[in-house]
Write a protein that binds this ligand. Structure first.
Ligand code: BES
Ligand code: MN
Ligand code: ZN
Length: 523
């Protein structure tokens, strides 16, 4: 794919791309000038109605003059675009996002380096240019992702690809939001690259190194709590899960404080930071409660919650968002050896709570427990959001169309839902009540890490609830952070099993754009 995509003015584009809505039979007025320049190529295509402009359709024409290529992009039914001003009930801008992603692949295949892009006239009146532009930027960025690091000389489709850059000229009102979208999706692509990196390379020590390098490049801070210090701090969960790993477990702490200069943001929260926590199990064999062979290779994606947190902090720093955000990424490899933890072990966490290990495959909650308790005590966050590929059960319940959201705070839930609608990374609420905690009652420890078969995603959330609080003491039912806590179970969303325009088979970067959108509105 392209080495770099940027948005700027282009003097003589080699190719133009225009968006058209379904059932458009007359040339949208905004395309008149471009149409003239291209010798009437757009208007004749619209008139002939061969291009139905269904969402996802893309066609390349060769105009008689004006440019070498003209791409027509179908945006589908304009009523479904969700880009209309002031109508929050509409669907998301997914059509625009995926059209831009298809486009970036098509123009790469044609080796285009200068592209003109005009979407707005095709979207009808009263389009929200902010949302449309952001979707364009997202799509151009996400569509440009490729993980080619391990493509060797072994097969014909891995010829070294030419590395060229692309400059895209985007309509005036869409330009700035598109630029923002491009920056954020570049961070999401960092998340995807880390996520795709195989477990024999990306162990906890590797992730710590990568985070240090990113922090240096972009200007946020990175501190790593190594295993020895984790032991002194009493992080029994992190140490147990990572005991048999190819590298010791660690807790990576990232921090971006954009409030000092900005004098805005985090105001209402008294300067307290937002805390993001993400599960980074670099490989999940299940441990002694070992997983079946089928699809175990996909467990390299068990670090995706943590990688999303890294991407979100990266984007916050790149955009210099006026917020104070702390990202904690507990990293461990869940393996089998004489150093591995066992079913029957009793583990004590950072906040003193103990758990009997009934299943070593319910490991994500154990490393999150230490990170959440530590984060709440050390940073006194205003609000806490954690992301984790925590349970297969959430896929059974919701499929691969949305993440499960557990959040007892109406305001935070509303904010996250709004952000999800905006970015198309959908969330669906599941309940977490005190009663659910009865499923985790321990015999010789405070709790067990895995109970009966029923309500497994909720059991995961219930377990975590013992470790989230305003000050590091108590739990979320007694003493919640003032701005609330949300747990997002992203097991069904971290990777896709077949190609889509936005996401080729592999990691999606789910959560990065969502978190950044939420942080953009944080006060
Ligand atoms: N990482 C898995 C969850 C998972 C499964 C993610 C499939 C993506 C696809 C997690 O650590 C796990 O193994 N969860 C167990 C929990 C159970 C033992 C309580 C599960 O879901 O089976
Ligand atoms: Mn597991
Ligand atoms: Zn796991």
């Amino acid at each position: 794919m392209y080495r770099h995509v940027k948005i700027a003015t282009v003097s003589e584009p080699q190719a133009w791309a225009v968006g058209l809505c379904a059932k458009t039979r007359t040339l949208p007025a905004g395309y008149a000038e471009l149409d003239l320049k291209l010798g009437g190529a757009i208007s004749s295509a619209v008139r002939r109605a061969e291009f139905s402009a269904e969402a996802g359709e893309i066609t390349c024409l060769y105009p008689a003059r004006g440019a070498q290529r003209l791409y027509l992009l179908g945006l589908g039914d304009p009523r479904k675009l969700g880009l209309r001003k002031g109508d929050p009930r509409e669907l998301t801008a997914e059509a625009v996002r995926s059209a831009a992603a298809r486009l970036v692949k098509a123009v790469y295949a044609a080796q285009v380096t200068r592209l003109g892009l005009r979407f707005l006239p095709g979207l009808g009146d009263q389009v929200d240019a902010g949302a449309a532009g952001r979707a364009i930027g997202d799509g151009l960025g996400l569509g440009n992702f490729e993980f080619a690091r391990f493509k060797g000389k072994g097969n014909s489709n891995s010829k070294p690809k030419p590395t060229i850059d692309l400059t895209v000229d985007v309509d005036g009102p869409c330009r700035e939001p598109a630029q923002r979208g491009l920056i954020i999706s570049a961070s999401a692509n960092i998340t995807r690259t880390l996520a795709a990196t195989p477990p024999n390379v990306a162990n906890p020590a590797y992730l710590a190194r990568e985070c240090r390098a990113l922090a240096r490049q972009v200007g946020f801070t990175c501190q790593v709590i190594e295993a020895a210090q984790a032991r002194r701090l009493g992080m029994g969960g992190l140490l147990a899960v990572g005991g048999a790993g190819s590298a010791p477990p660690c807790l990576i702490a990232l921090e971006w404080d954009g409030t000092r200069k900005a004098k805005t943001g985090n105001k209402a929260s008294g300067g307290r930071p937002v805390l993001l926590v993400g599960k980074a199990v670099t490989f999940d064999t299940g441990g002694y409660s070992i997983k079946p062979a089928a699809d175990m290779d996909k467990m390299k994606y068990d670090k995706c919650g943590g990688m999303a947190v890294i991407g979100a902090v990266h984007a916050a720093a790149k955009l210099k968002l006026p917020v104070h955000v702390v990202g904690l990424v507990p990293a461990a490899e869940n393996m089998v050896s004489d150093k591995a933890y066992r079913p029957g072990d009793i583990v004590r966490f950072f906040n003193g709570v103990t758990s009997e290990i009934t299943n070593t495959d319910a490991e994500g909650r154990l490393i999150l427990a230490d990170a959440l308790a530590y984060g709440c005590k050390r940073y006194r966050p205003a609000a806490v959001v954690d992301l984790a590929t925590l349970t297969g059960g959430v896929i059974v319940a919701l499929g691969t169309f949305c993440a499960g959201m557990f959040c007892g705070d109406d305001k935070l839930r509303g904010q996250l839902s709004a952000a999800a609608d905006f970015t198309g990374e959908r969330l669906w609420q599941l309940p977490l009540w005190e009663e659910h905690r009865t499923l985790l009652k321990g015999v010789h420890g405070d709790v067990v890490n895995s109970g009966v078969r029923e309500a497994q995603p909720i059991q995961g959330a219930a377990f975590l609830s013992y470790f989230v609080s305003a000050d590091g003491r108590g739990n979320v039912f007694e003493n919640p952070p003032s701005g609330g806590w949300a747990h997002l179970d992203i097991a069904g969303m971290a990777d896709v099993k077949k190609d889509t325009p936005l996401y080729p088979t592999g990691p999606t970067g789910f959560g990065v754009r969502l978190l950044v959108r939420w942080l953009e509105g944080w006060r």
